[in-house]
Design a binder for this molecule. Sequence first.
Ligand code: SF4
Length: 348
Amino acid sequence: MEHTKRMRDVRSLTLDDIKAVLADLNQPAFRAKQIYEWIFSKNVCSFDEMTNVPKTLRDELSQRFTFGVPTEIVKQVSRDGSRKYLLEFPDGTSVETVGMPSRNKLSVCVSTQAGCAMGCVFCATGFNGLARSLSAQEIVDQVHHVARDFGERVTSVVFMGQGEPFANFDNTVTALRMLNDPEGVNIGARHLTVSTCGVIPGIKRFAELPEQFTLAISLHSAIQSTRNKLMPGVRKYTLQRLHETLQTYVEKTGRRPSYEFAMIDGINDTTPEMDALIDFCAGTLCHVNLIQLNDTPGSLLKPSPVHKIETLQRRLTMHGVETTIRNSRGNDIDAACGQLKQKRVYLS
Ligand code: SF4
């Protein structure tokens, strides 16, 4: 067992690393590409599945490397077809991942950290603090897991699960590139969305990336005092600075950020809140997603009534702000991030 623990995860190798290993084993160079494709395009979990690779070489590789894929601990299936997973990595760390099918598409919501340090009050994950950041491979593993479970190609990925992606910036960007790689998962950059709660240094770095990845901001209030209460972890990144940074982002990239606004009864659905959101957005390039807060048992925060959500959409539209009312997928399966993991803690 000790020996197994020390073996390196084969998915941490680059194509050049695999070439070097095969040269060491006196194997022809073309095998490197074959093996790379099995791992990163065909998404296999064992050397035995590499059917065009000689058995002796497969055995040789399995003596040297392991596949550190996560184990599915819990799966919940929603009436709307969404599936939510609790996945455990070999070191015992677990995260939540959601697969959301619609027509010919399959979206995945991935976690970038196990737990989260940001402490947003509407979020079960923030309640327990941060365990650790995930590696790029662990982020991508979640996408592979969902693809395998649905037996379908993943068409888009949102980095909106547990964790603040920009608190794990380098691994997030590496994961984005692995998902975007035409030789790998091959998802178009515009279909890869990173959601931050407004970590300004991260937004600035994100603006420097050459790829057309999509940026989403968890806004949830455009009034500073409300936002400080809802999202204490980004208190120091004021709304004024956030607004300026986003305008610079738009000028630099020409890309349209989206703003996520989870509507909470009596908190951010009042007339002053609506006015402030309109001020924040009007005249800028953005798209607002209004989401009715999940109704979490035991939470003091309740979802806004539908008529308020529709009023806000109407008012934003009148001010020229593109707005979508988004369904909160998987309402019946603890789909708000952190709930599945918390329930497991409570049940165990
Ligand atoms: S909403 Fe996101 S950023 Fe906020 S505490 Fe939860 S996981 Fe962290």
